[in-house]
Design a protein around this ligand. Structure first.
Ligand code: ADP
Length: 171
């Protein structure tokens, strides 16, 4: 008879989180209920033009998730498939907003499964309230000093307006 050993179910939610939005937070909250432990992993991608440093993005995420005990914030620069091995995690969580998201996600999920066959990707449908929301959109609105209160926390909103000020209007 096959023996089942109970191991903690670890989920990894990877992304840029530049910066974290209410759409990300909705996925984090829902995913945290599906796993014993959820790692929110900030992609440290040097080639991507980010507004916030990885440390700043992690700080904001940590503040936002401080009340969810089974959520940890980390970053990675290696292949996600290898990071999953290091963390002994088998499930990648991704959010899907649109058909366009889905096509890209399907490609990524297949690639990650090929690189690490122990890994499955699960998709969580966006909360319809946030289906149009992305970090790029909030950065664009922040650039023109628009109201961000429905899309990010007050802390993230402040950080965004501060960045815009520091950059002197440059994106
Ligand atoms: P973005 O810059 O588009 O916000 P990220 O790389 O930070 O992208 O996103 C990480 C993950 O979160 C991706 O799976 C993305 O599809 C998902 N995501 C981002 N915004 C939302 C949202 N509003 N609703 C659901 N999922 C989202």
């Amino acid at each position: 008879m096959e023996q089942y050993i109970s191991v903690p179910r670890i989920g990894v939610y990877p992304g840029s989180f530049d910066p974290v939005t209410m759409g990300h937070m909705d996925i984090i909250l829902r995913a945290s209920k599906q796993f014993d432990h959820l790692i929110v992993a900030v992609l440290n991608n040097l080639s991507k033009n980010a507004l916030f440093t990885v440390e700043e993005r992690k700080d904001l995420l940590r503040k936002m998730t401080a009340d969810i005990p089974n959520v940890e914030v980390d970053s990675f620069r290696d292949l996600l498939a290898n990071y999953m091995r290091d963390k002994n995690a088998h499930v990648i969580v991704r959010g899907v907003r649109t058909i366009t998201d889905f096509e890209y996600e399907l490609q990524m999920a297949s690639t990650n499964h090929k690189l690490n066959p122990d890994v499955e990707t699960i998709f969580m449908m966006t909360n319809p309230k946030y289906s149009y929301l992305s970090s790029s959109l909030v950065k664009e609105v922040a650039h023109f000093h628009g109201d961000l209160s429905d899309w990010v926390s007050p802390e993230v909103g402040q950080a965004l307006h501060q960045k815009v000020k520091e950059n002197g209007g440059k994106k």
